[in-house]
Design a protein around this ligand. Sequence first.
Ligand SMILES: [Zn+2]
Length: 242
Amino acid sequence: MAEYSPYHKLIPERFEILENLKSLLYKDLKVHFNINYAERKLPVISYVINPEIEETIMITAGCHGNEPAPIYALYNFLKNNPKVRNKRIVIVPCIVPFGFCLHIDKNVNDVDINRDFFSNKPQKETKLLKQLVKKYKPTFVLNLHEDPDEEMFFLYLEGKGYRQKAEELVSLVSKDMKFYKRRKVHDDMVINGIIEPNESSTSFEDYLTKLNIPNFCVETPGLYPLKDRVKVHEKILKFIVR
Ligand SMILES: [Zn+2]
């Protein structure tokens, strides 16, 4: 467990939104475990819309705590009580609350869980995502991320059948945000807003791909104001669940 001084770095507003999420979702909410830090319990939760339906889309956010817009967007999205037909939606609104509350991309053990999916001793958060995938067998997974140092939007696409959906999503986002037409980002080439990665790594996306589960990892640019990024993530959520 990480050490902290009385002048620890927990951001009160971040903790508050996690508490608000818990109050909002009291029904069908599951607290899987808590991370103890600075005299607080930081909850790792999941929430299921339409639990009785089999066809499942899974949505995750908060893998990297320095990418906060998706968590705010999920809160707004759920607060509006979205009506979803014909699909079960499994949501993990903040998989690494420790990172979120401290605005860092690691968990309490200093591990980036998005590089932990093929390790011999996976972190609790990593194990939980794997368990949820095994339990619900999603036909599609949306992972909400941000790229703190980028100026424009892009997404990672895994799964050939979802190419058109990815293009539609980029077109939707382009109404609010610029997207990269052609640019190298972390060794991958973005073409018209979309990266189809060649090299696999040890991310959740790679884990899903090995299981033949199509997925998007969307990346809003951290150089846009937070409110614009939140708005775009809300739009993406509505688009994916409709
Ligand atoms: Zn990220």
